[in-house]
Design a protein around this ligand. Structure first.
Ligand code: A2P
Length: 283
């Protein structure tokens, strides 16, 4: 069976579970807490949140409710768009830790490269932001730092001044949205691709071809897509607030998609939405 390890090693040597639990669009409070607790009970050891999701407090509550030892978890959060620059990175990161109830995170990402607020001086803003993140690594508050939604020109600009290299680029990746050039370039620069919206935020469930293929494998559409992501070498971050689906989405290590079917899934161009343009997002 094609190697899809349950854990992977980032370029800085730290271990990351190969499937993360996504929480974008998960409401804060009981829903976030319950779903994170359910995910950990189901076996997830990697949780992905962000300042912009507004649910760090609920995610932290779920982690505590699970009773699991902190050292067994891999927790990611991301810097929101208005918080670029040195001071705001430091102060908002402190608030993230408080909201999560943690004293460190495993991975901290710049969520978007070119926010509206810094559209004309984004290179400078990212340079300062990154310096603050590097200091937080030095202080032991973050184990790895990385990027999200960065394209080649954003990566190149950041690498000109980065002392610590980014180890992840988290981008939208699902069947039919493979961003090949960006994935290859991210890898060349030492970053592992993480796949947000690996189910096309739910749109993939409307694609008949995917449903028929999933039936052939005796798996659900979600399982087929998550498995596709793993076989592509991505780290998928499926989101769910439903306990049964949360369990289902982790049960993907016992089958293999053939090379032919991998190609079919990859080639379903924009069947579940395309990639965003990070230079022109309205936020
Ligand atoms: P829900 O949270 O109600 O389960 P993505 O990870 O691409 O952002 O997709 C998330 C969307 O897919 C959500 O609407 C989520 O709904 C839904 N979803 C997640 N897992 C499954 C599943 N196994 N079966 C059906 N829908 C799912």
């Amino acid at each position: 069976m094609a190697g899809v390890a349950k854990t992977l090693t980032l370029a800085n040597g730290i271990t990351i579970p190969s499937i993360g639990f996504g929480t974008w669009q998960t409401p804060d409070g009981d829903i976030a807490a319950e779903s994170v607790k359910n995910a950990i009970e189901a076996g997830y050891r990697h949780i992905d949140t962000a300042q912009a999701y507004g649910n760090e407090a609920g995610v932290g509550e779920g982690i505590r409710m699970s009773g699991i030892d902190r050292s067994e978890l891999f927790v990611t959060t991301k810097l929101t768009n208005d918080n670029h620059t040195y001071e705001l990175t430091k102060s908002s990161f402190k608030k993230s830790l408080e909201d999560l109830g943690l004293d460190y995170v495993d991975l901290f990402l710049i969520h978007w490269p070119r926010p509206l607020r810094f559209r004309d001086n984004w290179q400078r803003a990212n340079e300062e932001t990154w310096r603050a993140m590097e200091e937080l690594v030095d202080d032991g508050r973050i184990r790895a730092i990385g990027l999200s939604n960065f394209h080649r020109h954003h990566i190149d600009a950041l690498l000109q001044t980065a002392r610590i290299k980014p180890v992840v680029n988290q981008i939208r990746l699902c069947p039919g949205c493979t961003q090949d050039e960006l994935v290859n370039y991210s890898r060349e620069c030492g970053m592992m691709p993480e796949a947000y919206s690996p189910l096309g935020t739910g749109k993939i469930f409307n694609v008949d071809e995917v449903k028929a293929m999933a039936d052939r494998y005796g798996k659900s559409v979600a399982q087929l897509c998550i498995r596709w992501s793993l076989q592509m070498g991505f780290i998928p971050l499926p989101k769910s607030v439903n306990a049964d689906r949360i369990r289902e989405n982790l049960d993907v290590y016992d089958f293999e998609i053939s090379a032919e079917d991998m190609n079919i899934l990859t080639g379903l161009t924009e069947c579940a939405g395309g990639a965003p343009d990070p230079d022109n997002m309205p936020f």
